[in-house]
Write a protein of this length. Sequence first.
Length: 493
Amino acid sequence: MKNIKFTIPHIFILLLIMGSSCHKDLDVEYLNKPDKEKALSNPEDVKSIGLSGFYNWWMTNNTSISPRMAMWVAADQGTCSWANSGMFHLSSEPRQVFNNSVTYTYANIFENYYSELYGTLSMMNSVLEVIDDGMEIGSSGSETQMVRASAYFVQGLTLGYLGLVYDKAFIMKEHTDYETTPSSPYMEVVEAAVVSMDSVIQICSNNNFTLPNDWINGSSYSASELKQLANSFAARFLVYAPRNIADNNEIDWNRVLAYANNGIARDLAPYMDDSNWKSYFRHYTVRPGWARIDSRIINLMDSNYPYRFPDSGQNPPNASSSDTRLNTDFSFNSNNNMKPERGYYHYSNYEYTRYPYAITTYTIEVPDFLVTENELIKAEALANLGDIAGAVQIINAGSRVTRGNLDELEENITKDELLEALFYERDIELIQTGFGIAFFDMRRRDMLQTGTLLHFPIPGKELMVMELPEYTFGGVSNADGINTSNGGWFPEK
């Protein structure tokens, strides 16, 4: 595939002309991003815009009009034969070439996420620009720094996920010349996101403020807690950026450990009020009779359970496990209503019921970043730095024992044994939390099925507007280990 040099994404042309991106195609009509002219008007408007950034990012990451659900099933953590959200097309076996054409029925799913991230990014950049130009918010100065920190945080979030999801993106920050900035490869985009998080850390280290409890719904955040969030997201981005084992081996684990050691002490879990704050991803992936947990996950807990649903369509026996989470987090359901003609490999007898959102209530906290995830990042960093005993202590103090009631690991185990236990915890404990975790973990371990795209191309609509050639990834015949997986997790492989 030829490398393509991009100029400016059309979303920024539209933003410069219109000042806003539209949300009419989303599941829910959430708070519209105000136009750029309003961002320049007065301090209260700037404050409101700056503090709306996390909400807009959250809704973009939790809509069903994004690649999130398709990535979930492509990673074989979830399974679903329905075509909603592009799921069937990314989970079909053998894996197919990703359709990046503007005529693709589900093109808006993948285009929407890209454009919405840039819409949010544009508004945060506008906020930072007017503050840099001298605007003061409030009388003490602390509010100005609070809004700056919030805007940098969301700038980092949007750039971070552009770098994790797409093969390349445009690094747009405050004072960027939109007309001349070319696209950058994913690792440079991720590094730019980490720089934004470093700005948050610096601001929070030198200021004292409290973000209101509707910034992250249901929880107020102090400057020190926002600093912890920025550290954890920086660690998350660095760990999840690799596209293959070779990339993963190049991670600077000392750097990751430094961020994770200063990371979150409580879960990031916004409260869904079923009014403004909603998680459509959670709604559809735990909805009874719809999406299920892939047999691969159940097989991890019970090696006698088939890792792939039988091609005969006959239900296997119930699983059993010494891991008590099989009973607390999963529910057995022998009825499958998926389409058998699309492959029995989509079938599963297990639903994920740890978090009951969309099962019993629509008002609940929805975890995005668990303290457990931060601890597992620490443990992985220690293991890769040679401190196996330190990594074992973290795992033994965590969910493996406290929730799974599994035996503690011995401190003299090998690094490979330690990492196997660590990724088992990530597979079981982090289900339904952060965007794309299972996909990113499988990707960096060369475990995505052969032919699975390793990242998405710039959406076809953007390419068409910029009059650039269409390109794409995926498909068994394109398996190169760089843009398309040439690995796989099946035991026989």
